[in-house]
Ligand binder design. Structure first.
Ligand SMILES: [Fe+2]
Ligand SMILES: [Fe+2]
Length: 229
């Protein structure tokens, strides 16, 4: 299969206080993640994907409620953000097949979810522009981390195991697909989220909107009542 191309050079240069806060916050969390996980990329993916799936759902909820109150159109934001949350959850469901979190990591996941959900919800209410910029920067870091993960695989430090079944179904990967193929499509997803969220922050800040990296095709998730029919 042809690997999805990702422009690794994309970086939104912080402009103004809101961007600087978003960028500083992201770099602080990056430092914490690098210290905690070092080169354990599988574990890093599992823990961080449990966090990455939060902002889309928060943004979707707040925009949904706001559109109901104002009785206005959402310009497709709600569906886009819910798709992002689902996509991040599928990253989690994929990497959980590769690395199982330790007991301590499970504790971190539960504690961080409380703090991060409440923090991000409050941030989105105060400044949705800053909140989308934070996600844009998180996704820039995700693209970098998955690029490092690819290098680990290519240089033989992480085994290039067979792709999990769930990943083959979701991204429509061939039977012989490997972890490397999975990391490539996940990275392309992250580049898409990066551009969408920087685009939303730009739109809210009155800045021009840049091109958005295409995301790889995803299979629609079938509800169990349909699958059983
Ligand atoms: Fe992700
Ligand atoms: Fe992401």
């Amino acid at each position: 299969m042809t690997a999805p191309l990702v422009d690794l050079s994309i970086h939104h240069q912080p402009k103004g206080l809101s961007d600087r806060v978003a960028f500083g916050f992201t770099k602080l969390l990056r430092f914490c993640a690098d210290t905690f996980f070092a080169k354990r990329y599988g574990h890093r993916a599992v823990v961080l994907e449990t966090v990455a799936a939060v902002p889309g759902m928060v943004g979707a909820t707040i925009n949904h409620l706001s559109c109901l109150r104002r009785m206005c159109d959402d310009k497709g934001w709600i569906k886009t953000l819910m798709d992002e949350a689902e996509n991040e959850r599928m990253h989690l469901m994929t990497f959980i097949e590769i690395s199982k979190p330790t007991l301590f990591e499970r504790f971190v996941i539960v504690s961080v979810q409380w703090v991060f959900y409440l923090f991000f919800f409050a941030l989105y209410l105060v400044s949705s522009k800053t909140a989308h910029r934070v996600v844009g920067y998180f996704e820039e870091e995700a693209v970098i981390s998955y690029t490092h993960y690819l290098a680990e695989i290519d240089e033989g430090r992480s085994p290039n195991v067979a792709a999990p079944e769930i990943a083959k179904r979701y991204w429509g990967l061939p039977d012989e697909a490997t972890l490397r193929d999975v990391v490539l499509v996940v990275r392309a997803d992250e580049a898409h989220h990066r551009d969408v969220n920087h685009g939303y922050a730009n739109e809210l800040g009155g800045l021009p909107i840049q091109a958005v990296a295409p995301c790889p095709p995803h299979a629609a998730l079938e509800p169990t009542w349909k699958a059983a029919a």
